[in-house]
Design a protein around this ligand. Structure first.
Ligand SMILES: Nc1ncnc2c1ncn2[C@@H]1O[C@H](COP(=O)(O)OP(=O)(O)OP(=O)(O)O)[C@@H](O)[C@H]1O
Ligand SMILES: [Mg+2]
Length: 394
């Protein structure tokens, strides 16, 4: 296979993006320079005859990556035309920039770069709204100067309808808003206090550094809680939008007029696809064969979301994953006898403190309460915890 290169410099400025390049991160849009430079060097680790699309023997990325360490720019190598950006472009990358979480760093100089390798052969599953792939990511993911390494992430792209694109963007906004307890094992408080715990507006885990006081929870020297509850969702590694190589404007598209209508679902077979990167969290649960204590744990994930002020919006069994646990043990000591569960597919989330555009704080609170009620009903039904008439199974 020919050598693959990552452009060593990536021209960026902060001038506004085109009105049509609508996937925002508006304040931190990478735009303007007219041309990508020709690559002048090839990182040694990417220039061998190694198959960069292969996920065999690569470690899964399962650690939390702080906002400061996420890539700003991705060179995406697309084997199988997954992105709709450049048909047949397997050895030349398509450039993407991160839209969520938004960066507080000036992107004008020296953005953090990484390479992602998408291959249809690595598809985990094509769902109703999206397809998810195992994908090698070649990145630093630590302080500047650390060496780059290859790890496997789950890369989610929307299917060819405007609603699927909308839901994936909403899911990314959710991941960028969720607090630390969603991604990391955490202190059971406030969950231990039960569902009547007053709602608190939690700070997002992927928060910028500049908010005073918010650095404390990120401080690795903070004592780890003795008793912890497991994470709720996969860890989030960013939502990336494709760029026009000439103008560096975003190619991501949306039907704003369809977004208020839940049933609007126009076919958009040629829209360039954005990419959501997250932790691979295993396989579907099978509620039929699961013991009741495991079904209870899945329901608790949904209820813990609620205690933290967020509703899921699609709490079906197909959106619950299982992998060997407990996650506190090294991978080789984990077992399916002590499984670890996660919720996925968060495109329909609502937050008690996260009003949508033109929505009042009270409106957001009402939407959250309604979502919370539906989540519990759907999750209990799907997990076989209520019978057909809706009463408890016991
Ligand atoms: N983080 C992940 N780790 C492993 N597999 C995943 C992950 N996210 C998604 N998948 C797989 O991809 C499938 C589709 O993903 P997802 O449920 O998020 O989208 P969807 O089913 O298309 O949308 P929706 O559930 O909102 O209708 C999942 O059923 C699961 O098998
Ligand atoms: Mg699903």
């Amino acid at each position: 296979m020919p050598a693959i290169t990552i452009a060593p410099t990536f021209p960026i400025d902060d001038s506004p993006s085109s009105p049509s390049g609508s996937d925002s991160g508006k304040h931190h849009v990478i735009s303007a320079p007219m041309q990508l430079p020709k690559p002048t060097s090839t990182p040694r680790s990417l220039s061998s005859t190694h198959d960069h699309f292969s996920v065999v023997d690569l470690p899964k990325l399962d650690t939390f990556v702080s906002l400061d360490h996420l890539p700003d720019v991705l060179a995406v190598y697309d084997k199988g035309d997954i992105t709709n950006v450049r048909p047949g472009g397997r050895n030349t990358p398509v450039y993407y920039r991160r839209a969520y979480p938004k960066s507080e760093r000036s992107l004008t100089k020296d953005p953090r770069r990484a390479a992602l390798f998408l291959d249809k052969a690595n598809c985990i599953e094509s769902g109703r709204r999206s397809s998810v792939y195992h994908a090698p990511l070649f990145a630093t993911l630590g302080p500047k100067g650390d060496s780059r390494k290859s790890v496997v992430v789950a890369a989610k792209v929307a299917n060819d309808t405007c609603r699927s694109h909308h839901l994936l963007r909403e899911e990314a906004k959710g991941y960028a808003s969720f607090p630390d307890q969603f991604f990391n094992a955490s202190d059971p408080h406030p969950w231990a206090m039960g569902p009547d715990t007053p709602l608190v507006n939690h700070r997002p885990a992927m928060r910028p550094r500049c908010f005073p006081g918010w650095g404390v929870a990120m401080n690795p020297k903070s004592p780890a809680p003795l008793v912890t509850v497991p994470p709720i969702t996969p860890k989030f590694y960013g939502f990336y939008v494709p760029l026009n190589p000439e103008t560096m404007h975003s190619l991501a598209r949306r039907h704003r007029e369809c977004e208020d209508f839940q049933n609007s679902d126009c076919d958009v077979p040629n829209w360039p696809k954005s990419i959501l990167l997250m932790e691979d969290c295993g396989e579907h649960i099978d509620p039929v064969t699961m013991p009741s204590e495991h079904r209870e744990k899945c329901l608790q994930l949904v209820e813990r979301m609620h205690c933290l002020g967020f509703s899921h919006g699609h709490a079906r069994a197909s959106n619950m994953l299982v992998q060997p646990g407990p996650l506190s043990l090294p991978r080789e000591l984990r077992s399916m006898d002590t499984p670890s569960f996660r919720l996925i597919s968060l495109g329909r989330w609502r937050g008690a403190y996260h009003p949508q555009v033109l929505e009042s704080p009270q409106g957001a609170r009402r939407a959250f309460c309604k979502g919370r009620q539906n989540d519990v009903l759907i999750a209990m039904q799907e997990l076989g915890m209520v019978n057909a008439s809706g009463s408890d199974d016991g």
